[in-house]
Design a protein around this ligand. Sequence first.
Ligand SMILES: Cc1cc2nc3c(=O)[nH]c(=O)nc-3n(C[C@H](O)[C@H](O)[C@H](O)COP(=O)(O)O)c2cc1C
Length: 238
Amino acid sequence: MTHEILILYGSQTGNSESAAHEISSLLPSKLPPLLNDANCDVKSTVMTLDDFLEMHHAPWTPIVIIVCSSYGVGHAPLGARRFREVCDAMLERHGYDDRSSTRFLEGVQYFLLGLGDSHYTTFFRNPTVMDEALSACGALRRGALGKADASGTGEEEQAKVIERWIDAMWGDLAKVVNELTTQSEGQQRLQRAQEETWKLCLELFPDWRPASTFALSSMFVPAIMVVLAILYHLLVKI
Ligand SMILES: Cc1cc2nc3c(=O)[nH]c(=O)nc-3n(C[C@H](O)[C@H](O)[C@H](O)COP(=O)(O)O)c2cc1C
């Protein structure tokens, strides 16, 4: 069995991005020895949070690792702006509402490593909003919320906090992967999570298209070209 794990990041100056790639490069050596099933294979894909939303066909996975900083005045950094808009909308509509219909992200489990700088009054605002929005909609955070402060010193230096968080994550991640192998209803829940998120994207972003439309439109141009080529061929023969 192969487990796909998405590693998603938003990063203005590259710190979160390099942490995301580090997690991905360590994954094949760190995770398999901790899994119950020796034949279990793990694969990861790294992309920005916005690419995940905008590459509508990106496959959803039950485990997501998110690494993201704060930028501007508690805003999202590059690669996470649309994702943050989706999070704001989730909180506005579903925050603190416990009805099961609003918990459409049930079945999604996430790890979150946030980066920020405590010199800012809006310290850690963006990762906090993401964490609150995802859990308000039913996603389950696993492991500790990573809080890597660019102004941290000594043992709290940002790079050290990032390394410690990554080191501590493998055990929790293995636990989640081991649990998943015994669950079967996961696929249905993931599909619902994806569909409801797409509905939100359609409302929020006028240029956004769901996967089927995207696939159709991307097939439309080549199909027209093939028809034109056949017509041209026929006309030349006449
Ligand atoms: C212009 C600017 C604005 C920032 N705004 C915030 C902020 O509002 N809150 C916060 O916690 N950190 C803020 N930071 C700090 C960054 O989040 C921190 O430097 C982080 O390590 C950057 O990670 P990245 O390279 O992945 O974007 C800001 C940094 C800069 C340069």
